[in-house]
Design a protein around this ligand. Structure first.
Ligand code: FAD
Length: 551
């Protein structure tokens, strides 16, 4: 196991303490480690959770795992080409097309959560600045003016204190951190229980897509997973007990409509009651909540862990930049401002899907599913569901970026697209790997360094920035600036030649401007990051409309 066992004690002082080494906590630790932050990640247990939980991830989640350093083959995945919705009366009434890739990753994959968690813990083990320990349970927190002191109990009952500049509570749905900072977990708990069954199919004959059997008598999502696995989620009927439905005979009866139960070995099973809850704030003082500690959703759109990974990507670099004095602590306020609305929107989508999957009775089911079928006849509404336009876009309304202007293809406050590129060492890679772990100033067909004064270049570097030029496939670098070729012409059409784009380490577009306004762009970013004072003496640019943090 990667989570170190035995006698090692937690360090008494760190920059960031991450409580909870689940998939979200481990990913945050990996990101902080890549940014060089002295981090301690603690968990009350040593092993990863083996209960059947997350099974699906989208392209954004896979991109964040890439950002955290996981290679493509770090854990097994099955690419899912479509999601089908069936009604017992109307047949297939809706479909989502999940074939293809976005930003270099498949739109939808299934995976085995313990494999991902082991891979992420392995990744963390290789990072010098991160210590990962199991067997320490957080009990109490004391916030001081310049630190948080956490009291953690080891498995022999001894109490240890850890002083951290910042603390991240990634300690799951029953978060102790959330309780200690007095955050309410607003929302609802569903009345229904669901039996989750993960089975291994000995003959590898699982379906290749995800299907939702929207039968009001027993709604059942069903999907394949790596390792010859299949998952079924059966809603319990009123009057059915957990014990009764979890019995081998009952599971055999339930899956008999798909496959001879003799051909399957039930690997894991659990009964859950789903929740749709979100905190009023994802932070208080020096303490931040991430993952299930901050929000939980019914799994109908497979977005619980994905949302937690988005939290991690958003928060980790901001902490690193503040700790390295490359940004003002006020940027940390934008974590809640940016992340909470999107997490809530995903919960709302899952609730909507829940109403589709489990209508209350046959009449309501007939009406809803019939309506969906009718909507699928019109191209616009079909596209809305089939091409996943219904999924809330990860575009911030407010936060750490300069206000968006209508008509621009590159939307500030949204993810910068990813494409295949070739670097000057002739390596073909995804563009995020060329961006690295800095704040990037990217020139579209132009060397950004050629547009800036020495003082501006210095300011950008001092703020944790680097420079990159994108050129068309076949062009060679003609300057000292880092250079990549846009192999499939996936990036250059996004902006006019000569445009500069400021990209945050989490790949969110912070700003863009024509090269003629390069100095102003740098200055705007310095102001956003609260770094302007350190450079003011060197700058000779006048600002007419200073941007502000949009809150
Ligand atoms: C049936 C089901 C299906 C799902 N399907 C999907 C899906 O397809 N896609 C998706 O994206 N999501 C899905 N989810 C959600 C997903 O599993 C969770 O969002 C994800 O596991 C949460 O990760 P986490 O790291 O935030 O929390 P957890 O995985 O719960 O980790 C929290 C960690 O904190 C530790 N801890 C707790 N308290 C303390 C303490 N006081 N001190 C120290 N350590 C502590 C725990 O031991 C644990 O290791 C599903 C969930 C369920 C139940």
């Amino acid at each position: 196991m990667n989570n170190k066992k035995g006698t090692e004690l937690p360090p008494s002082a760190v920059d960031v303490l991450v409580v909870g080494n689940g998939p979200v906590g481990a990913t945050i630790a990996a990101l902080l480690g890549r940014y060089g932050v002295k981090t301690l990640v603690l968990d009350k247990v040593h092993e990863v959770v083996l209960m059947p939980r997350a099974i699906a991830l989208d392209n954004e989640a896979l991109r964040i795992l890439q950002l955290a350093g996981l290679s493509e083959d770090a854990f097994e995945k099955i690419v899912i080409p479509e999601v089908k919705m069936h009604s017992p009366v109307l047949g297939q009434f809706s479909r989502a097309n999940t074939a293809g890739c976005i930003d270099g990753h498949p739109k939808l994959v299934t995976f085995y959560q313990p494999d991902l968690e082991h891979a992420m813990r392995n990744q963390v083990c290789g990072l010098k600045s991160v210590t990962s320990l199991g067997g320490f349970e957080l009990e109490h927190l004391v916030e001081e003016s310049d630190a948080v002191v956490a009291f953690v109990r080891d498995q022999d009952g001894r109490l240890h204190s850890v002083r951290a500049r910042y603390l991240v509570g990634a300690d799951g749905a029953s978060s102790r951190v959330r309780a200690l900072i007095g955050q309410e977990f607003e929302g609802q708990t569903y009345a229904e229980d669901w039996l989750i069954v993960d089975a291994r199919n000995r003959h590898q004959s699982a379906i290749d897509h995800v299907e939702f059997i929207c039968d009001p008598r027993r709604p059942t999502p069903h999907m394949p997973a790596p390792g010859g696995r299949e998952r079924w989620e059966f809603m319990l009927r009123p009057g059915e007990s957990r014990e009764e439905l979890e019995s081998p005979e009952s599971i055999a009866r339930l899956i008999a409509s798909w496959i001879d139960p003799q051909e399957l070995e039930v690997e894991r099973k659990a009964v859950y009651r789903f929740h749709a809850r979100c905190c009023n704030s994802f932070s208080k003082g020096r303490v931040f909540l991430a993952g299930d500690a901050a929000h939980i959703t019914p799994p109908f759109v497979g977005q619980g862990l994905v949302a937690g990974l988005r939290d991690g990507a958003n928060l980790a670099w901001k902490l690193a930049w503040v700790l390295r004095s490359q940004a003002a602590p006020s940027i940390l306020d934008t974590y809640d401002i940016e992340r909470r609305p999107h997490a809530q929107a995903m919960i709302d989508l899952a609730k909507f899907m829940g109403r589709l999957v489990m209508p209350r009775n046959k009449i309501v089911a007939f009406f809803i599913h019939g309506l969906m079928r009718l909507l699928a006849l019109a191209p616009a509404t079909r596209k809305y569901f089939e091409q996943l336009d219904i999924k809330p876009k990860n575009i911030f309304k407010n936060g750490l970026f300069v206000r968006h202007q209508r008509g621009d293809k590159l939307v500030r406050g949204s993810l910068f697209p990813q494409a295949w590129v070739r670097n000057t060492q002739q390596q073909i890679q995804l563009s995020d790997d060329a961006l690295g772990h800095s704040l990037s100033l990217v020139g579209f067909g132009v060397n950004p360094l050629s547009l800036l004064s020495a003082a501006e270049v210095f300011s950008w570097i001092k703020m944790g920035g680097h420079f990159l030029q994108i050129g068309p496939c076949g062009q060679r670098a003609d300057s000292a600036c880092d250079f990549i070729e846009d192999l499939n012409h996936g990036l250059l059409p996004l902006a006019a030649k000569g445009t500069l784009v400021a990209i945050r380490p989490d790949r969110i577009i912070m700003h863009h401007a024509p090269g003629t306004e390069a100095g102003r762009l740098v200055r705007d970013c310095l102001i956003l990051m609260g770094s302007v004072d350190s450079t003011a003496d060197n700058l000779s640019i006048t600002i007419n409309e200073p941007p502000r943090l949009r809150a």
